[in-house]
Design a protein around this ligand. Structure first.
Ligand code: IPE
Ligand code: IPE
Ligand code: MG
Length: 245
């Protein structure tokens, strides 16, 4: 495997990078607990790290990055914690354009309707304002669940069948993919999950069918660009066969 110097901090990286890297940002709560801090402060640190990792991915030239921000199951958490996460999302939506700079298209994955109206409006505006950018696509999974997404796709397809626009026998894998929140985006190549948990937790389950996985015990607020380099080097050494030989 050839390693070359990419411009970001002179990182030594593989020549071939994954097209789509998915991040499951886990371990914020444990990061705070270890320091005797409230969980909400773990989310504050996690959000800071999210910005750092987005900047780095843009710098080294990754085309698609997705982040698990909030799952359909995370509503089970205490109200105080959910309110803290909503506050962070609101704050981010205010300065997001300044953070992303030129060239980044932002897309939300998930059901926006669960969010307060001001947040929904800011999400739609961001998607609209950045729709023409082509350097990198940032996918933000908010109120996202993989099963929920597939059920949503099935409902949309059922409507098309009901209206006569589509025949049941014409429904293929591509039809289902075309009605997912990620319609038109490439599947995930590499999933990175920090915090030591070895599971997907309902993240992009359709799009990860042939993804490679990288797990680390580091907690998300501590997940550094060096750690990301390690994941990218590890990814480059994998033999992906997609069922072939
Ligand atoms: C991930 O960190 C952030 C969200 C799920 C919103 P956690 O809050 O799950 O952190 P741990 O797993 O409790 O450490
Ligand atoms: C997955 O983390 C969701 C996000 C990172 C947003 P969780 O902490 O909710 O996952 P589980 O409960 O450990 O599976
Ligand atoms: Mg967790």
């Amino acid at each position: 495997m050839a390693l070359i110097k990419k411009k970001a901090e002179d990182a030594v990286l593989p020549e071939v990078l994954p097209t789509h890297v998915g991040f499951i940002m886990d371990g914020n709560g444990r990061w705070a607990k270890k320091r005797g801090l409230p969980r909400s402060l773990g989310h504050v640190e996690g959000a800071k790290n999210f910005k750092k990792i987005v900047d780095y991915c843009k710098n080294i030239g990754i085309k698609y990055i997705s982040f698990y921000v909030f799952s359909t199951e995370n509503w089970k958490r205490p109200k105080e914690e959910i309110d803290g996460i909503l506050k962070l999302l609101r704050e981010y939506l205010v300065d997001v354009q300044a953070h992303l700079g030129d060239g980044v298209r932002a897309v939300f994955l998930g059901d926006k309707s669960a969010y307060p109206e001001d947040i929904q409006k800011a999400m739609v505006k961001l998607e609209k304002d950045t729709a023409h950018h082509t350097k990198m696509t940032l996918l933000l999974a908010c109120n996202y669940g993989g099963r929920d997404e597939i059920a949503h796709s099935a409902r949309l397809i059922a409507e098309k069948v009901q209206s006569g626009e589509l025949k049941p026998e014409d429904i293929t894998e591509k039809t289902i993919a075309d009605y997912l929140y990620t319609a038109g985006m490439p599947d995930v190549d590499l999933v990175i999950r920090p915090s030591g948990e070895l599971r997907l937790s309902n993240y992009l389950i359709w799009q990860c069918a042939y993804a490679e996985y990288y797990f680390t015990n580091v907690l998300w607020p501590d997940f550094s660009t060096e750690e990301l380099n390690k994941a990218l080097i590890d990814y480059a050494s994998r033999g992906r066969r997609f069922g072939g030989v």
